[in-house]
Design a protein around this ligand. Structure first.
Ligand SMILES: Nc1ncnc2c1ncn2[C@@H]1O[C@H](COP(=O)(O)OP(=O)(O)OP(=O)(O)O)[C@@H](O)[C@H]1O
Ligand SMILES: [Mg+2]
Length: 451
């Protein structure tokens, strides 16, 4: 008996410790069973208390009356399935006549408290069937992507959603994306994580980083081309437009369409070409995009116009040629001059990290998911990396990318440096490798060392 008590105390202490320090492990060891039992045992009474039951059918009442049996109670939606996941539980229910999916959506907060879960969201699967996704702990607190998440050349996992699902960057479904956020909100870490994931895939990475390359240059060995100032960015973008046109020529030659067909009229894309002919997809990563759109003199203004024109052309025609844009910035609105809103309209994927004002959030979501605007402003400063990602259907969800350090990203890029494709048009922009050509010491004063 004593032994039994000792073991019980040890197990309870271990569970408590895990729950406090490692909620994900706690969930997979103890939490999932306890929560599953709790949901199944309390299901009927919770649904009743949350107003998600309907009165018994008339024929049941009649049968009870005729048989002189007790009057049947209200009926809760039927449980079709309860599935445990890595981060929570997924409950699929069949609604009773007279209920709708909105009833469940409106009760998610009540269900969260009643079942003792961390988060609850619901979505309609088909008419009459609703799925309630519950998370057992704050999955965005310490994000780790599952090692076995699906990965392919143009679809990589980048973040975790608050319902525990993996958020993918899928270039074939959403070719171009815009990521906004105030300073220190986590944009560059998000992009770094994306680069680390893409490094092992069969894609060419092209970087434009007007912070003199501080973000991209350390990962240069995996980049096919890199520009670290607006002058080289202009030439690089022009070369990319040429690359795109060559890819169109290739598709056209393969289709045997006559030479005077306009580029924009070609319906096929690189994915229709046989694998041995298919050009490698190019992901163009732009950090601090506003630097490309600002100017101080007339010459710079002309350069800016050329840059924006190339970006707009890539955004409009790039998808079929396998050129995908991934643009990051603090703000991206009409105050950056002409062509910006036209470019923004082509950037289908929208993600906003913490923003300081509604106007910035509107730049990301105003035109596609107005609900998400408020969610983006409400992201607290203490949780950098948390962002709101919209989908084109008007829905949105809170996501957080894992904290990829520069060292992890550099290691991933170096490990896969041999996969870096050579693109003939971009050969002139192939980055110089930092360890072969160290950057000369800058002419800035260093901070005095404390005595
Ligand atoms: N997903 C994350 N998880 C945990 N911490 C993060 C995450 N993303 C960012 N951070 C923290 O926030 C800091 C700032 O992130 P980051 O450099 O990406 O900001 P930024 O939006 O690019 O800022 P800036 O506009 O100044 O370049 C990082 O140094 C890191 O400590
Ligand atoms: Mg940054």
């Amino acid at each position: 008996m004593d032994w039994f008590l000792v073991v019980l105390v040890l197990v309870v202490a271990a569970a408590g410790l895990l729950r406090w320090r490692r909620p994900a492990w706690y969930w997979m060891t103890f939490g999932v069973t306890l929560a599953g039992l709790r949901v199944l045992v309390r299901y009927g009474s919770v649904m009743d208390a949350c107003g998600l039951t309907v009165p018994p059918a008339r024929w049941r009442l009649t049968l009870a009356r005729l048989g002189n049996r007790p009057v049947p109670g209200p009926r809760a939606p039927r449980v079709l399935r309860l599935r445990p996941t890595r981060t929570g539980l997924v409950l699929r229910i069949k609604l009773r006549p007279g209920q709708d999916a909105y009833d469940v959506a409106a009760s998610t907060d009540r269900l969260r408290h009643s079942f003792g879960m961390y988060g609850v969201s619901s979505r309609e699967l088909r008419s009459g069937v609703v799925e309630i996704a519950m998370t057992g702990y704050d999955v965005l607190k310490r994000v780790q992507l599952p090692a076995r998440a699906e990965r392919s050349a143009v679809r990589v996992p980048v973040a975790l959603r608050e319902d525990g699902a993996v958020h993918y960057r899928d270039y074939r479904r959403v070719p171009h994306a815009l990521t906004l956020g105030a300073t220190e909100s986590g944009k560059s870490v998000y992009q770094r994580g994306l680069i680390a994931e893409l490094a092992s895939q069969d894609v060419a990475l092209v970087g434009i980083d007007c912070k003199q390359g501080v973000e991209h240059a350390p990962m240069a060995r995996r980049f096919s081309a890199l520009a670290d100032n607006p002058d080289s960015a202009e030439l690089l973008l022009a070369a990319l437009v040429e690359h795109m046109q060559d890819v169109y020529q290739l598709i056209r030659a393969h289709q045997r369409i006559s030479a005077d067909t306009l580029d924009a009229e070609i319906a096929a894309d690189i994915w229709d070409l046989p694998e041995d002919l298919r050009p490698v997809p190019v992901v163009v990563l732009v950090d601090e995009v506003a630097e490309l759109a600002l100017f101080a003199s007339r010459d710079e203004e002309k350069r800016r116009d050329r840059i924006i024109t190339s970006l707009v052309r890539l955004a409009q025609l790039g998808r079929a040629a396998g050129v995908y844009l991934e643009i990051c910035g603090q703000r991206f609105g009409s105050e950056l001059g002409k062509g910006i809103t036209m470019l923004r309209a082509q950037l289908t994927g929208r993600t906003a990290h913490r923003v300081n004002d509604e106007t910035s959030a509107n730049m990301a979501f105003g035109d596609i998911a107005p609900d998400a605007v408020l969610a983006a402003i409400q992201i607290p400063t203490e949780t950098p990396g948390v962002a709101v990602a919209a989908d084109m259907a008007g829905g949105w969800s809170r996501i957080r990318a894992p904290h990829t350090t520069l060292r992890q990203a550099v290691n991933a890029c170096n490990r896969h440096a041999h996969c870096t494709p050579e693109l003939p048009h971009l050969a002139a922009f192939r980055p110089e490798l930092p360890h072969l050509n160290p950057v000369p010491a800058p002419a800035v004063e260093t901070a005095p060392v404390a005595a």
